[in-house]
Design a protein around this ligand. Sequence first.
Ligand code: SAH
Length: 252
Amino acid sequence: MKSGRMTELELIVDLHLGTERQGPGSKAITLTALQLIPNSNDIKTVADLGCGTGGQTLTLAQHLNAQITAVDLFPEFLEEVNVRAQNEGVANQIGVLQKSIDDLPFKEELDLIWSEGAIYNLGFKNGIQLWKDYLKPGGYLAVSEITWITGSRPKEIQEFWTHAYPEISQAKDKIVDLEDNGYNLVGYFKLPPESWLKTYYEPLEKTIPAFLERHDHSELAQKVAQEYLDELSLYKKYSKYFSYGFYIAQKE
Ligand code: SAH
């Protein structure tokens, strides 16, 4: 792609290319969530929705005897999933699908839907409702979602998130959403700060100088980079109050 002609969205994709994760999470977090699923040996069909460059897809392939469809909107990410799957020797287990995660060709056929840091694009309630039709009865949903981790919080962060994502709430509310929509909670935990900093923000921050260089320090590239730096300072200031929650639930 030629810099200067890139849109803001293309720049965001470009900034994240080559990073291991595009949201808070880590291999250890993926495994912790996976271990909460009983009889995971029986899982054969999986979709990883909003897979990005496939960090969690590879971990799932390495720990399940399953066929995984990795879904994302952006072909650049999916190409990277394919390359990483080849390098890790799990290409035979992973197929990619370039589609929107609210319009998928699955009909009550999946044993497991995995989705880290992506359901907010549909909204949590909307996402869990749509995705239920893709799961077999008794199938599992494992999803991470931005979550308040205290009962109250300073006004600045309250306002930031309520504006950015009005559906942000505490875990107890998300669990009610799951129960109201035909799922039973199997497990929940919140992501620790290192899964924001060590595996997401810090690696991303390191790629910023090369990213700016690649785009001749264009105004738009600087804006895109600055947004991540602002998000990072906000996270550092208020990490006591919010995190991602990992919700593991079973369809009734
Ligand atoms: N699961 C990865 C990536 C999370 S970032 C990780 O945790 O590292 C969110 C991902 O969702 C991005 O890769 C983005 O391209 C993808 N995405 C956003 N909206 C989407 C949509 N409507 N359909 C498919 N993918 C989408």
